[in-house]
Design a protein around this ligand. Structure first.
Ligand SMILES: CC(C)(COP(=O)(O)OP(=O)(O)OC[C@H]1O[C@@H](n2cnc3c(N)ncnc32)[C@H](O)[C@@H]1OP(=O)(O)O)[C@@H](O)C(=O)NCCC(=O)NCCS
Length: 158
């Protein structure tokens, strides 16, 4: 398996992966327009010629970035694809000089397992809420906020 930056031709498969989990209420759906506009945030995992997962790293501020849209193909769950994608996002954030990551998720246990810490949503800067008004669930958010300190937390991704 290899994890690389996403390309435009990967978008339809990324959309269908995200849609699969969104329909199960595990994550937010993303439109084609959103995916093309934010394509440079995305990594995809390939097994041979097949896309088996994706993740996005979206920079919010000088020291903060969000991990979004982590999705693994249903037939590849539990085989380390999510771990490799998360690792790629953390490595890119480290290279960019980002100090802290955050995520909003319905699967907090997965992120806790990988070194993230649950925080109260109110502790996130106002700036990160800009997208929320476009969320179909707004204002009834049921996601858990977690952070990951790149400078301080040891990577738990072996
Ligand atoms: C959450 C998700 C990304 C995990 O990906 P995955 O490739 O199946 O997970 P991995 O194989 O990398 O798992 C790594 C470890 O986490 C554990 N794990 C997997 N899913 C987990 C979950 N939902 N909660 C807690 N731990 C989990 C695995 O058992 C494994 O543990 P181990 O190292 O002790 O064996 C995947 O289940 C998924 O796509 N879910 C739907 C979308 C979603 O919820 N995305 C996250 C929020 S946007």
């Amino acid at each position: 398996m290899k994890v690389i930056k996403a390309r435009v031709k990967d978008v339809p498969k990324m959309k269908s992966l995200i849609e699969y989990h969104a329909k199960k209420n595990k994550m937010l759906a993303r439109s084609l327009s959103y995916l093309y506009e934010n394509l440079r945030d995305y990594f995809v995992a390939f097994d041979g010629d097949e896309i088996v997962g994706c993740v996005s790293l979206h920079i919010s501020w000088e020291d903060l970035a969000e991990v979004k849209s982590l999705a693994v193909a249903p037939e590849r769950l539990g085989k380390g694809v999510g771990r490799e994608l998360l690792k790629a996002a953390i490595e890119e954030a480290t290279d960019l000089g980002i100090q802290q990551l955050f995520t909003l998720t319905l699967e907090p246990e997965y992120f806790i397992k990988h070194g993230f810490t649950v925080i109260h949503r109110d502790n996130l800067p106002m700036k990160v809420w800009g997208e929320c008004i476009h969320c179909p669930k707004y204002p009834e958010c049921d996601e858990t906020a977690l952070t990951y300190d790149i400078g301080q937390t040891k990577l738990n991704l072996s």
